[in-house]
Design a protein around this ligand. Sequence first.
Ligand code: NCD
Length: 319
Amino acid sequence: MTTPLRHLLALDQLSRPTIEALLDHAQALRPMALVGDPAHRPLAGRSLANLFFEASTRTRCSFQLAAVRLGADVLNVDMATSSARKGESMTDTLATLEAMGVTLFSIRHSIDGVVAELANVCAPTTRLINAGDGRSHHPTQGLLDMLTIRQNKGTDFSGLKVAILGDLKHSRVARSDLHALRALGTGEIALAAPAALLPDAATAIGCRIFENADDAIRDADVIITLRLQRERMDEGLVPSLEAFYNDWGLSPQRLLLARKDAIVMHPGPMNRGVEIADEVADGPQSVIREQVSNGVAVRMAVLEALGGAPATGRRALGV
Ligand code: NCD
C-alpha cells in the first residue's frame, strides 16, 4: 500500500513503498521521457507553474519537459521580472496563479522550509513540488538519483556501498539522497568532506563519516560527488580550490580505489577540476547524463502522482 501524495516537499515524509512505487512508475515512463507519446497525456488541461527564485538549468527545464510530455500547459515565471520584484509576497503570487487555474507548482527558493510553509496556505486543489529549498530538501533529485542507481545496480540496495563526497554541509541533494538511501535499505553509506563541510549529526544518521576521501571511496559501488556551494558558504571554509581538488576531488587515480564497476554521479552543475576531474566526469563510469535524462522521467512520475485536481471552474462544468 502506498500513501496518496498531496504535495512533494521532502523524501523523509515518504514510506519505502511510496518511494519504490514512484521509482517503478518513473522507470515505466522512461521510454517516453525523451520523445513523448501523444497517446499519453494524463495532464491535458492542467497547468504547471515553475517558480524558481534560484538559478536552475536541469531542474526547471526537466519540470517543463515532463509537464509538456504529459499534456499540461507550463508557465515559466521569470521571478526576476515578476511582481516579486515589486514586493509581492509568495503567498499572493501563488494565489494569483491559482486564480488563473494553475494547480501544479514547482518551487525553488534559497530559504529553508518556504515550500512547506506555502503548503499550509495554498488552495485545496493546489499541488506543490519542492524543487529545492535552501540546504534542506530536493526530493525529485533524490528520486532521480535512486532511479539511476537502480538502473545500474538493481533494486536491492542492501549490498551496496554508496560514498558521498564533498560539500555535504550545504547540499540539499545530499540530504534528500540520504533520506532515500536509508529508506531503501542501503548497505553502507560513507560520507567524506573536510571538517568544515561535514553535515550535522541528524543528517548523518546511519552513515559512516570518513576523514579522507580515499577511505570513503575504497570499494564503493556508487560515488556521488557534490558541487562546492560557494553561494551558501562563508568565506574561508575551503583554503583554496586546488587544495580542495587534491584532498577531496574525484580524480582518475582516486576512482581506481572504488570497485571496477563503480558508477560516478553528480547532480550538476559541476565545477570541473574542483570536485571532479574532466576525465572522470566524461569517463566510462560516469552516469551524470543518465541522471539528467532520469530527471525528466522522475518529474513525469511525480506530476502524474500528484495529478492536480481540475480548477474549480472546470469541475463545476463537469469537465
Ligand atoms: C542542485 C541544486 O540546485 O540543489 N542542482 C540540481 O538541482 N541539479 C545541486 C547544486 O546546485 O549543486
